[in-house]
Every structure is written in structure tokens, then in C-alpha cells.
Write a protein that binds this ligand. Structure first.
Ligand SMILES: [Zn+2]
Length: 133
């Protein structure tokens, strides 16, 4: 990939990372607020739900940040834009839409199909979630 293209993706990823860091700060504040003791048990219950939601959100933000950092590393070591599965170039169009991706569209479809198969064969995540609630 050309230097100019790499610069473009570096900027794009850095900007996304900054946005995420700001969002993460906000989520952290919200979790702190919810952790304040409350007298009303009804309110407490609903806070517990919000807290779960926020913690999950924070977890997702963290994972996304890791992915962005990994993509930035790939830009530095020259493997950015190369499919880690088949070694082919990932299309510019796909990279612009998903700069954190490590798979070309073919390998991605392959992976999704495999996940889909696993979902039907493996444990049903959604039903266990309902059972807990
Ligand atoms: Zn591939």
C-alpha cells in the first residue's frame, strides 16, 4: 500500500481511537454515578440493569480500542490491508468501511458461515440470557 493511503488510514484510526477514549470516559462517569448508594429498592434494581448495560458497553469499547491499536501496529509493520487468513490484499472499499478488519471479504464470509453453523450446533446464548433474568 502507498504511503499516502497508509497515512489516510492512520489518521482515520487515530480519530476513531480518540472518539472512543472520550466515550469511555463518559461511560466510566456514568458507572460511577450509578454506583452511588440508593435507598429506593426499585431504583436500585433498575440501576443494576443500567450498570450491566454500561459495563457491557465498556467491555465492547475496550475490545474495539484493542482492535484499533492492532490496526495501527499493522500500519507500522507493513501488514495493514493484507488478509491474515489467505494473504491476499483487502479491497480499499472494505478497508475504508472497516479499517480494523484483518480479513478480506471472502474470508470474512467464510468466517461468518462458520460462526452461523456453530450457533446452531452450540449452546443457545440468547436462551441462557433469558433463563438468568
Ligand atoms: Zn482472505
Amino acid at each position: 500500500m502507498r504511503k499516502r493511503e497508509l497515512d489516510f488510514f492512520r489518521k482515520l484510526l487515530n480519530r476513531r481511537l480518540e472518539e472512543l477514549l472520550m466515550e469511555a470516559e463518559r461511560t466510566k462517569d456514568q458507572v460511577k454515578e450509578i454506583d452511588e448508594p440508593v435507598a429506593d429498592p426499585m431504583e436500585f434494581a433498575s440501576n443494576g440493569f443500567d450498570r450491566d448495560f454500561l459495563l457491557r458497553l465498556r467491555d465492547r469499547e475496550r475490545k474495539l480500542m484493542v482492535k484499533i491499536k492492532e490496526a495501527l501496529e499493522r500500519i507500522e509493520n507493513g501488514t495493514f490491508g493484507i488478509c491474515e487468513e489467505c494473504g491476499e490484499k483487502i479491497s480499499q472499499k472494505r478497508l475504508r468501511a472497516r479499517p480494523m478488519t484483518t480479513l478480506c471479504i471472502d474470508c470474512k464470509h467464510e468466517q461468518e458461515a462458520a460462526e452461523e453453523r456453530q450457533k446452531y450446533e452450540g449452546p443457545r446464548e440468547s436462551s441462557t440470557l433469558w433463563a438468568r433474568m
